[in-house]
Design a protein around this ligand. Structure first.
Ligand code: FES
Length: 106
């Protein structure tokens, strides 16, 4: 199991144990993390699963694909560490990952 922490805009933290192979978005939805909407269910066509990857993790997580980058254009307040959480697959090396939930989606 891989630990992921979601940090809400108010600073509250939600820690979950995620299964490898699932996505950061799926774990947010399963655990009722506020602020992750995921309207399209992970198809990379809605941009409502936007998160900011914690600075310490951006390199390990890596950057978005071209398709994801195009979709990120529709997200609110996109920054350098923006990712669509449905496109981040949970794996061993992400144990301890911290992502920040934006103040709003879209
Ligand atoms: Fe729709 Fe991620 S859930 S783009």
């Amino acid at each position: 199991m891989t630990k992921i922490t979601y940090v809400e805009p108010d600073g509250s933290r939600i820690e979950v144990e995620a299964e490898n192979g699932s996505t950061v978005m799926e774990n947010a939805i399963m655990n009722g993390v506020p602020g992750i909407v995921a309207e399209c269910g992970g198809a990379c066509t809605c941009a409502t699963c936007h998160v900011y990857v914690d600075d310490a993790w951006t390199e390990t997580v890596g950057g978005p694909s071209v398709m994801e980058e195009d979709m990120l254009d529709f997200a609110f307040d996109v920054r350098e560490n923006s990712r669509l959480s449905c496109q981040i697959k949970v794996r061993d090396e992400l144990d301890g990952l911290v992502v920040n939930v934006p103040t709003r989606q879209g």
